[in-house]
Ligand binder design. Structure first.
Ligand code: HSE
Length: 303
């Protein structure tokens, strides 16, 4: 049996649209094993409607690896136990894709290097900024073109924490990409390159005073803000409560703030603030996961 633990991820990080991402200590734990026949998918710890047949995302990701290495499993038992909220901008689908691909790689004889798994996963997801940190952990800068996927992971000093504020509604990435423009002014492109670069420098150097500038972007948040009830007020409140920088996590609706101290005060101030919002929000204080996906193999006693 193969066990894979995959971290949640927060992508874009403000200005780094489809490029920057970070792994966080909230996990999807996937177990998979080859069985004599059939497909048996079990989902623990979830109230969501997750397909238990060939449409299952973990299963589909496993098949991409099996096809790549020409391996035909006789049957599969897959179990998922995830703490990552689904469709909220915390990389739940990337965790399934990476978990499935790594499990399939072990079952089929560990033939693919991680760089190829990153490529296949980015292609399946359509962008690399969640799958990169889900696989490698840390703070990742990723690039995906028709011909290549590159992920550079940096293990940053964990003195800052990450407040993730998660509402009780979904925003599907596919839908939230539809609100984005096809072209942007040159000036906006330059704005984002410079701000994303500042964010990267601030996180790697530990100069947290620049985070607030680094999260500013003109490529996606201005277009997606209408999907979040009270977007401007929420962002303002996070800064009043001590945020060092706040951005829409992935395609939302989760909002993330960098913090350096006063974690409980921030959490309780935001929770009281959210009482007036039309939706229910939860606030979790998370750490960076500098490890990435962890794979372990266990032999069955009677096998
Ligand atoms: N970069 C992707 C997007 C992340 O913003 O659409 C989705 O989680």
């Amino acid at each position: 049996m193969v066990k894979v633990r995959v971290p949640a991820t927060s992508a874009n990080m403000g200005a780094g649209f489809d490029t920057l991402g970070i792994a966080l200590n909230l996990y999807n734990r996937i177990e998979a094993e080859e069985i004599p026949s059939g497909l048996d998918i079990r989902v623990l710890n979830s109230a969501e409607r997750i397909p238990l047949d060939e449409r299952n995302l973990i299963y589909r990701a496993m098949n991409i690896v099996f096809n790549e290495v020409r391996y035909k499993p006789t049957g599969l038992l897959i179990t998922q136990n995830s703490d990552i909220p689904m469709t909220r901008g915390l990389g739940s689908s990337s965790a399934c894709i990476i978990g499935g691909m790594l499990a399939a790689n072990v079952i089929s004889g560990r033939r693919l290097p991680y760089s190829r798994i990153a490529e296949l996963a980015a292609k399946m997801e359509g962008h690399p900024d969640n799958v990169g940190p889900a696989l490698y952990g840390g703070f990742c800068v990723s690039l995906m073109t028709k011909h290549r996927t590159i992920v550079h992971s940096t293990k940053i000093r964990p003195h800052i924490k990450f407040a993730v504020m998660i509402p009780d509604y979904y925003v599907a990435t596919r839908k939230s990409r539809e609100v984005l423009p096809e072209t942007v002014p040159f000036e906006d492109a330059v704005f984002n390159i410079s701000h994303a670069s500042i964010l990267q420098a601030a996180l790697i150097s530990g100069d947290t005073s620049q985070l607030k500038i680094g999260v500013q972007d003109r490529l996606h948040q201005p277009y997606r803000r209408s999907c979040i009830d009270g977007f401007d007020e929420i962002f303002k409140k996070t800064y009043d409560a001590g945020s060092l920088g706040t951005y829409l996590s992935g395609s939302g609706p989760t909002v993330l703030s960098f913090l350096d101290g006063n974690y409980n005060k921030f959490k309780s101030e935001m929770e009281s603030f959210f009482e007036a919002n039309s939706h229910q929000w939860t606030c979790k204080i998370l750490d960076i996961d500098n490890v990435g996906a962890v794979v372990s193999e266990r032999c069955r006693r009677n096998s």
